[in-house]
Design a protein around this ligand. Structure first.
Ligand code: FES
Ligand SMILES: [Fe+2]
Length: 387
């Protein structure tokens, strides 16, 4: 696994490593060390992975009113999420067509046009160029650049409830087919009842993939999460299942407790089985969903450096559960639960990041019961990173 990172069309894995991703689990391996530590690898992930599939980019609640705009960054690129005059969401590359300044460096509200901070070219909320002051010399403005003038470049996007996904390449499969395995498994949940409450943010000294691999690793619970183990013991757990770009698993909720399904409004119409089930989903590559009878936690990972990731947990509750002061204590219990669980997880993620330079590990040895998802993840990475 010492091959250098090559051209766009090449495969960054050697043949032996690729074969280990396809091998029976007993001979299989996970991703080798360099995938977690090499800045060139992260650059390649930005180009080949994050820029070529559907990625969670932002939220409708970031731009609640017409003319609201919010800069976001994805795959190392500045993007702009906005709500146009008709109330629709639009996404653009957040860069001026003149000299390439970032058009909207900070969130803003109620704009009629977006004015570049450098030479004040103004763009409409549909991305079209409207005016170019002093373009032909002092006081000689271009007030009607016309439809062929260079407007903001649009980015393909899709909206699901509050979530806005983008496909930077414009060539990923249709969002509906990408999303379908989730829809199929969650038909009993009326997600339209979800209301955004808050976002918890963590700065983790670990590679984004270690956070994910830990997320769908149900094997670590007894050693890392003593309270969770008490709540849902390992003999009730199974290894995470996979379905294309989706990873999924469930736990039975035998006895709801504070922060874990107790005392909050549930999804309307949810049956008794749903009220006793916790689902977790991972949408390759960087989005995670935890669905409880009374909430949905949306995890969003942002890879800053090979060894540093920002994890945000966007918290949604059902109806008034999100905002009513009567549920403040229950909400705080949920946040404390996530804080505690994540602190336990990050300790082990940061531990593993430190060890990813060691010749004592280069893909590891996998458990046939717990680790097929880890090998599947490696296969998806190989697929995405090749060509
Ligand atoms: S760079 Fe935007 S107006 Fe010049
Ligand atoms: Fe964990």
């Amino acid at each position: 696994m010492n091959a250098p990172v090559h051209e766009r069309s090449s495969c960054p894995f050697d043949a032996e490593t690729l074969a280990s991703f396809q091998a029976p689990i007993e001979e299989g391996r996970g991703l080798p060390n360099r995938c977690y530590t090499d800045p060139a690898w992260l650059k390649l992930e930005n180009e080949r992975l994050f820029a070529r599939t559907w990625m969670l980019a932002g939220f409708q609640h970031d731009v609640p009113g017409k003319g609201d705009a919010c800069p976001v960054e994805l795959a190392g690129m500045p993007l702009l999420l906005l709500r146009d005059h008709a109330g629709d969401i639009r996404v653009f590359h957040n860069v001026c067509r003149h000299r390439g300044a970032v058009i909207v460096p900070e969130r803003c509200t109620g704009r009629k046009v977006l004015t570049c901070p450098y030479h004040a070219w103004a763009y409409g909320l549909d991305g079209s160029l409207r005016t170019r002051p002093h373009f032909f010399g002092g006081d000689r403005h271009d007030t009607n650049p016309g439809p062929d003038a260079p407007g903001l470049l649009p980015v393909r996007h899709a909206v699901w409830n509050d979530l806005v996904f983008v496909d930077l390449s414009g060539e990923a499969p249709e969002f509906e087919s990408h999303w379908e395995p989730f829809v199929r498994r969650t038909r009993d949940y009326d997600f339209s009842a979800l209301r955004y409450a808050t976002t918890l943010e963590f700065d983790v000294k670990g590679n984004w993939k270690l956070i994910l691999e830990n997320f769908f690793d149900a094997y670590h619970v007894p050693a890392v999460h003593p309270k969770l183990e008490e709540f849902a013991p390992i003999h009730t757990r199974i290894g995470t299942q996979t379905d294309g770009v989706w990873f999924h698993n469930t736990n039975p909720i035998t006895e709801p407790q504070e922060g874990r399904g107790l005392g909050m409004p549930c999804y309307p119409g949810l049956d008794e089985i749903g009220r006793r089930t916790e689902w977790y989903f991972h949408l390759f590559p960087t989005t995670l969903f935890e669905i409880w009878p009374d909430q949905m936690a949306v995890f969003q990972l942002h890879a800053l450096e090979p060894g540093r990731t920002i994890e945000k947990i966007h918290m949604y509750f059902i109806g008034e559960g999100a905002t009513d002061p009567a549920f403040e204590k229950q909400r705080q219990d949920v946040y404390s639960m996530w804080q505690e669980l994540n602190t336990e997880d990050f300790r082990i993620v940061e531990n593993m990041q430190r060890a990813r330079v060691s010749p004592g590990f280069d893909g590891g040895v996998l458990s046939p019961f717990w680790d097929p998802a880890t090998q599947h993840f490696a296969r998806l990475m190989a697929e995405a990173m090749t060509g």
